[in-house]
Design a protein around this ligand. Structure first.
Ligand code: SF4
Length: 377
């Protein structure tokens, strides 16, 4: 059985203007949080002591904003309580300004073999405008430090469609990252979600977003500049063999444990979500109430079939018609035949050798409409 582990660290130095992730810029409860988190990790370790972990993702927030001694407690807790597969991919998210010598020494001490760095743009004025607290130079320094310590499996996140960002600036960001031989690049379009500073500015008419045409132009530029990479998912490009195993596990509906504030897990056809209030999370765990879930939903076979479609189609390798039959005991065309035929006729999905369905380039541009068509039919 394939099993992943996600660990949420809900702290950041400050809040980026576009960010809706669950993170706090106040650090006063970090020790208490790590104590509680480690108890939750231990409890899942007991439950899954006979199952190997294929991938670990420590995300947030900015995990490396924690002092190294606290991060080491978490790393220790993971290796003491879980059995990691030999080729376990272990990623930690970091911001460039938090990649210090001490942190890198710890990465090397534990089997942490993949670093995901948030950069977003290479122009310092854009970084400042979107509320990032690091400079491009700090990203360069982080890359140098990681590589000189033998850590080369690195992702860098970029965002396009930033306020007033030109096509040339977007090209510059992509070309610069490629020049540094970064093996994995995630490129997302700026979207407004939740109660962020940018959402409020937009509602007051103080922020202009890229229109659909510019957004698609920027996406196409990414496809061109990153053409030496494997474009394996709508927003992700990797050198061969450097695709993110942990994300693929999500897209392939494999099981994963989620620990920490607001984390989600997917175990035995149920998806759970932990509570999102920091004090409640710590208090519940300290009161020996290890169940910090606020929701737990049974994912019916029908829901799993829908997820199979829209998660699988995110990947350029597409979905395997025979695999659907094997997993669900029913033909894909008996369930989704109407939509598949319609989308093939419109040139947004292609059928390769009557076996694999995947999105065409135009299909990627309207992927949200396509995904929605597989829901609740
Ligand atoms: S560093 Fe990342 S998680 Fe933290 S506020 Fe910025 S975007 Fe959000």
């Amino acid at each position: 059985m394939e099993l992943g582990l996600y660990v949420h660290i809900p702290f950041c130095k400050s809040k980026c203007h576009y960010c809706d992730f669950l993170s706090y810029s106040r650090m006063d409860l970090v020790e208490e949080y790590v104590n509680a988190l480690n108890k939750e990790i231990k409890s899942y370790g007991q439950l899954f002591k006979n199952t190997q972990i294929q991938s670990i993702f420590i995300g947030g927030g900015t995990p490396t904003v924690l002092p190294p001694y606290l991060l080491e407690q978490i790393y220790n807790c993971i290796v003491d309580n879980f059995v990691l597969s030999e080729d376990c991919e272990w990623t930690i998210e970091a911001n460039p300004d938090t990649v210090t010598n001490e942190q890198v020494v710890l990465f090397r001490k534990y089997p942490i073999n993949r670093i995901s760095l948030g950069l977003q743009a290479v122009q310092d004025y854009h970084l400042k405008n979107i509320g990032r607290v690091h400079s491009f130079k700090q990203w360069e320094n982080a890359i140098f430090l990681l590589k000189s310590n033998g850590i080369t499996n690195i992702n860098t996140d970029l965002i396009f469609g930033l306020p007033n960002q030109t096509l040339q600036e977007w090209e510059e960001s992509l070309n610069t990252v490629v020049k540094y031989n970064i093996p994995h690049i995630s490129a997302y379009s700026l979207t407004l979600e939740g109660d962020t500073k940018f959402t409020k500015m937009y509602e007051k008419g103080e922020l202009t977003l890229a229109d659909e045409t510019l957004d698609r132009q920027m996406y196409n530029i990414a496809k061109d500049i990153l053409n030496s990479y494997n474009h394996y998912e709508i927003s992700n490009w990797a050198k061969n063999g450097k695709e993110c195993k942990h994300n693929i596990l999500y897209w392939k509906q494999k099981q994963y444990i989620g620990v920490g504030l607001g984390a989600s897990g997917y175990i035995s056809s149920s998806r759970y979500t932990n509570i999102r209030n920091l004090k409640d999370y710590i208090m519940n765990i300290n009161n020996n109430n290890l169940s910090v879930q606020e929701g737990n939903e049974y994912i019916t076979p029908r829901m799993q079939q829908e997820e199979f479609m829209f998660l699988g189609l995110r990947m350029r390798s597409g979905i395997d018609i025979n695999e659907f039959q094997k997993l669900f005991g029913v033909e894909i065309y008996d369930i989704f035949g109407n939509q598949i035929d319609r989308w093939i006729k419109q040139g947004v999905i292609r059928n390769n050798n009557n076996n694999i369905l995947n999105l065409t380039d135009y299909g990627i541009d309207i992927s949200n409409i396509i995904f929605a068509s597989f829901l609740n039919i």
